[in-house]
Design a protein around this ligand. Structure first.
Ligand code: PMV
Length: 337
């Protein structure tokens, strides 16, 4: 299996042996400003394009990992033990299998999200990044952040970006063995930069991002134009970050997200994550912009929106979107960590 060779290669002779009884790791969630949507290799989770995200500071996942007394893995998510047959559990166990390699060692994984569970924002990105760090601690491997990013990517593509705070770029890479497809943080900070999480629905997605990505790539007639657009958007967003050009950043990120959703809508069968409430919120954002409040949105594989704005607009936006959760990715708490 390609995945096993890949892991062996990355571990550079390190063995899977438990060195610490119990470990804990934290990873922030991240929201892409320039999205990852489509793979060039499904087994190694290699993307068609590079992507760029911003991490959500103290909103993320803490995972406590320890060896289980029982002869099976126990997965606890926000205080609740999950059924072994759930999709979430199956994926986590498959990920753990990659590392324990036939050894009869089982884990208790206790995961706590700081994003409210009902909020529908829970992302696999922070989950797999935290789990990968926990495995590294448990075995005393001392892997580099780059190696952790290369491994977390196997759990979920976007997890490769959740090992750092701030802006993070995931390089698509060109190699077939996947060794050059990892993320790196940008040096830039932007203290005024804010994100607002708007909950319009807390139901489970009708279709997973994994499946939706595959269907879009295989059936959406204009998918072929996506890599070119992403390359162009990525350049603009990096330029916007360097020169603190908020308009360029917001316009490009919003356009990038709406294009991704347009490609999904044209897939067969059509994939539509937005619900009427999502469109109402988009309208509000556009109305606000017309009135001079500079705010943009981005949307992932779900109906909820993430607003992009600067601190100077915070009060106005909190009045208009009372339930909005606000994240300051470059707050003191983060930069002085
Ligand atoms: O990493 P995945 O497989 O959950 O896919 C993430 C897809 C998007 O969130 C829509 C885009 C992105 O780059 O995070």
């Amino acid at each position: 299996m390609k995945k096993n060779d890949y892991i062996q290669n990355l571990l550079e002779g390190r063995k899977f042996s438990i060195e610490n009884a119990v470990v804990s790791a934290y990873a922030p969630s991240n929201i892409a400003l320039c999205k990852y949507w489509g793979k060039r290799d499904i087994e190694l989770n290699l993307p068609m394009t590079s992507s760029l995200s911003v991490s959500l500071a103290e909103m993320g996942t803490t995972t406590v990992l320890k060896v289980n007394d029982e002869q099976q893995d126990t997965i606890i998510y926000n205080g609740q033990q999950l059924d072994v047959s759930s999709e979430f559990t199956k994926r986590v166990i498959q990920f753990l299998d990659l590392f324990r390699q036939q050894q009869e060692i089982y884990f208790e994984m206790n995961t706590q999200n700081t994003l409210p569970q009902s909020a529908g924002f829970a992302s696999s990105a922070s989950g797999y990044a935290a789990l990968m760090q926990a495995i590294d601690l448990l075995c005393d491997w001392h892997l580099s952040d780059k190696q952790l990013s290369l491994l977390a990517r196997l759990g979920s593509g976007s997890a490769s970006r959740s090992l750092w705070h701030g802006f993070v770029e995931w390089h698509q890479g060109v190699r077939d063995d996947g060794m050059d497809s990892y993320a790196e943080p940008l040096d830039d900070t932007w203290p005024e930069f804010c994100m607002g999480l708007i909950l319009v629905c807390d139901q489970q997605k009708p279709i997973s991002s994994r499946k939706a990505m595959q269907v879009t790539q295989a059936t959406s007639p204009d998918y072929k134009t996506w890599p070119k657009q992403v390359a162009c958007d990525l350049k603009k967003i990096k330029k916007a970050i360097t020169f603190k050009d908020f308009t360029l950043l917001g316009e490009t990120a919003e356009q990038n997200a709406t294009t991704m959703h347009a490609l999904m809508r044209d897939a067969k069968p059509a994939i539509i994550y937005s619900i009427p409430e999502t469109l109402k919120m988009m309208d509000k954002v556009w109305e606000l912009r017309k009135k001079g409040v500079e705010v943009y949105f981005t949307q992932d594989a779900g109906p909820n929106l993430k607003l992009i704005f600067r601190k100077q607009s915070l009060e106005k936006l909190q009045n208009i979107f009372p339930g909005m959760m606000v994240v300051e990715p470059f707050s003191e708490f983060i930069t002085h960590e």
